[in-house]
Design a binder for this molecule. Structure first.
Ligand SMILES: Nc1ncnc2c1ncn2[C@@H]1O[C@H](COP(=O)(O)OP(=O)(O)OP(=O)(O)O)[C@@H](O)[C@H]1O
Length: 257
């Protein structure tokens, strides 16, 4: 087990022209924990995940993953990481199998063909392994993206809205699978989601982001209690609408700065 957190982010900032997308974000995710990143549209979730992967250069701040400085040595960490995002398409013209072969080789997966069969079965994409990825339905593409995200059995998994286009039944088994995967491998997962029951079910801790800044943080249970609410859906609405005890949390955070 690592003595350092699996993900360690300090004073992270990203500015696009006049838009401050991420503003002084600091958090750590311990080995084997699941952190939820919640926030309304434009809160900075995708920007944060992109910086964690090295796809975007931060304006300021530090990111360490598995103890490795991502701004200097990200290629040492990337083979042990993976991600899925509805905003990053897999090559359309390749078949699902070709995509999984391509990414599997990129990640240096051993016994790749066996692993592809295994993950295709698990993510229920075996039936369309030889179809073009671009011609699949949105939900099928999401399952392929998850198969790609798990191909190298990552120690750190970054998931941007992993169940967004899935039907309720499929979303449910994907959540069950992610929970089992995490329990079996002790992987560390960062999950950006708009689905509050998913967050309650999967996340040990949650960061509520608003306009790139931390609005509040805690376990789902702590947040629900602190906001005086019954579930995360209501907590989220309080944050989004700037009302109730959520507003007090914001004031407290502002005062602490
Ligand atoms: N390439 C870009 N150029 C300029 N502004 C950008 C760019 N990408 C994101 N932004 C802005 O940065 C802010 C954060 O966007 P981001 O995509 O990280 O939000 P998000 O929390 O993932 O939102 P959503 O829930 O809608 O996916 C938004 O104000 C967005 O308009």
């Amino acid at each position: 087990m690592l003595a350092v957190p699996s993900i360690d982010v300090r004073h992270l900032r990203k500015v696009y022209g006049e838009v401050v997308a991420v503003d002084d974000l600091t958090f750590a995710v311990q080995h084997g924990a699941v952190l939820g990143l919640l926030g309304g549209n434009g809160a900075g979730k995708t920007t944060t995940i992109s910086m964690l992967l090295g796809l975007l250069e931060p304006t300021a701040g530090e990111i360490h993953v598995l103890g490795i400085d991502m701004r200097r040595q990200r290629y040492a960490a990337l083979p042990r990481m993976n991600f899925s995002s509805p905003y990053v398409d897999l090559p359309h013209r390749l078949t699902v199998r070709q995509n999984l072969l391509f990414y599997g080789r990129l990640y240096g997966v051993k016994q790749l063909r066996r692993r592809i069969d295994e993950i295709a079965e698990l993510m229920q994409v075996a039936a369309f392994l030889d179809r073009q990825t671009g011609k699949l339905s949105a939900g099928q593409k999401t399952r392929v993206a998850l198969a790609k995200a798990l191909i190298n059995k990552p120690d750190v998994l970054l998931l941007d809205e992993p169940t967004a286009s899935l039907d309720p039944d499929t979303a449910d088994w994907v959540r069950t699978y992610l929970k089992d995967y995490q329990a079996q491998t002790q992987a560390t997962i960062l999950l950006a989601s708009h689905n509050m029951s998913e967050v309650e079910r999967l996340c040990d801790d949650v960061i509520l982001l608003q306009s790139g800044r931390v609005f509040d943080r805690g376990s789902p249970r702590e947040l629900i209690e602190r906001f005086g609410r019954e579930d995360m859906e209501q907590v989220f609405l309080d944050m989004a609408r700037g009302r109730g005890r959520g507003l007090e949390a914001l004031r407290r955070n502002e005062a602490a700065k």
